[in-house]
Design a protein around this ligand. Structure first.
Ligand code: ATP
Length: 459
């Protein structure tokens, strides 16, 4: 029996949401490519996020900053000094692991931390072999590259491990050009890179991924209240788009476990259904205090404080950072939407139907146009309808195989509406519209089809 997670991963690959990157060369667990449906889904998630958190609010503006920033950025942000993972290698398999992850797994199993450190920890691939580890060394998680013609330290640069820093380095530009005053925030969507030691769990942990981040600048005294509000707004965003509240939980990250810049962090966790520990971090909300702006001010020599003309006071804003993983969100939306149900067949029995109950705002195709059969008489009308709808929505067109199988395929990829063109259509100028979730069919005049769909495909 396949788990829900396994079913979703299989469906995602089979239907063209996600492909293994470089599959013809053997593939890798650390990188995935987004196929035609995955690309649409990802775009739709980004669009909803931008609409909710940037365009939809008067206190937010957008930014698209570079992946490669001046190396000083990472000195100021603390990533050069502290973005390190403790690394160890099995002397048996030569596989590398994060020591902190090994310790956590041990503690979970035994109820206490390993008394003798690594000496107590078995090799995950050979549980009978205990303690054969290399000494722990610190390993920086930033990906390096060299700029210019000489591959030496002078050209050393890093790919950003978070999108946030481009917002901090642009703080003055943003403040001056937008004429915003705290509390205000900046949203950004883009790639981030981390040299993860143990990538895996499908697209959950990859070395190249996408983030949707907000840096929300507030008067220091107001930071705790804004923090609470952001936690609520973030959870609501997921729930509004189809993630059940029961599959979300909040984890208040304790002292000592938080990132170096954070005064408080709440991880929003989702029940991904992983083996062992089913829950995983979907996103995090951090109170970064004035750490980043003050560090950048110190390293750059520029004044990154804010002068409040109403009180004649100068202060450095605190920053509340909701940091969403776009690719983890995509995985959560897929898992939440996945459903199998028993439905009656024409012959009087039942069969299992797989349906992705994606919110129509996220569905890759909004409509599929399906001529009942591949007949010269039906094709022109069906294609004309599809072309007309394409002006407004992403539309699939499929004319081969039995209609029942084509419906099932659209169910599996989450298409909310199927429009069937049959022989009666040629007479009555109407089509049959089938609803993905209820499987109810309704006869709709071609002339009113756009309006019919527009009413149901809001957002
Ligand atoms: P983890 O503990 O899972 O490594 P993190 O706490 O290091 O994550 P943050 O630094 O808080 O992650 O990054 C913010 C968000 O970026 C995460 O909540 C997650 O959604 C996303 N993210 C971070 N690392 C990865 C990755 N390697 N692959 C995919 N998404 C990631």
């Amino acid at each position: 029996e396949q788990s829900r997670l396994e079913s979703v991963i299989a469906l995602a690959q089979h239907r063209g949401f996600v492909f293994q990157s470089g599959e013809i060369y053997g593939g890798t667990r650390s990188a995935w490519d987004y196929g035609p449906l995955g690309t649409e889904l990802k775009e739709n998630i980004k669009r909803q996020w931008w609409k909710t958190f940037v365009r939809g609010r008067g206190d937010m503006i957008g930014l698209d900053s570079s992946v490669i920033l001046p190396p000083k950025t990472w000195e100021a942000s603390g990533h050069l000094a502290t973005f390190n993972d403790p690394l160890t290698e099995s002397l048996v398999t030569h596989k590398r692991y994060r020591a902190d992850h090994l310790f956590e797994a041990y503690e979970k199993e035994h109820g206490h931390p390993p008394v003798n450190g690594l000496d107590d920890i078995p090799d995950p691939d050979n549980p009978k072999v205990v303690g054969q580890w290399t000494p722990i060394r610190q390993f920086n998680g930033m990906l390096k590259t060299y700029l210019g013609v000489v591959e030496d330290e002078s050209g050393l640069a890093y790919l950003r491990p978070e999108t946030a820093q481009g917002i901090f380095t642009n703080f003055l530009n943003l403040l001056q050009t937008s004429r915003k005053k705290p509390p205000f925030g900046v949203g950004q969507i883009g790639k981030a890179f981390r040299n993860e030691i143990t990538p895996g769990n499908f697209i959950f942990r990859t070395r190249e991924f996408e983030q949707m981040e907000i840096e929300y600048f507030v008067p220091p005294a107001e930071a705790p209240a804004h923090f609470e509000k952001w936690v609520e707004d973030c959870v609501n965003w997921f729930v509004d788009l189809g993630v059940s509240r029961d599959s979300i939980r909040l984890f208040d990250v304790p002292d000592g476990d938080r990132a170096h810049y954070s005064d408080r962090t709440i991880d929003v966790e989702y029940d991904f259904g992983f083996e062992g520990e089913p829950w995983g971090e979907l996103m995090g909300i951090a109170n970064r205090t004035d750490f980043d702006l003050k560090s950048h001010a110190a390293v750059s020599g520029r004044d990154l404080s804010y002068f409040d003309p109403t009180t004649n006071e100068r202060w450095t804003p605190y920053v509340i950072e909701p940091s969403f993983g776009l690719t983890r969100s995509l995985m959560a939306f897929l898992l939440s939407a996945y459903d199998e149900e028993e439905v009656p067949t024409a012959k009087g029995g039942t069969e299992t139907r797989t349906v992705l109950r994606l919110d129509p705002r996220l569905a890759p195709f909004k409509v599929a146009v399906l001529p009942l059969s591949k007949k010269e008489t039906l094709t022109p009308l069906a294609q004309r309808i599809a072309d007309e709808l394409r002006g407004d929505w992403n539309v699939d067109y499929d004319e081969t195989q039995a209609i029942g199988r084509r419906y099932r395929r659209q169910d599996e990829i989450g298409t909310p509406y199927c429009v069937t063109v049959d022989f009666d259509s040629l007479e009555d100028d109407a089509v049959t519209v089938r609803d993905r979730d209820t499987m109810q069919q309704e006869r709709v005049p071609v002339a009113g089809l756009k309006a019919y769909l527009a009413e149901r495909l809001v957002g």
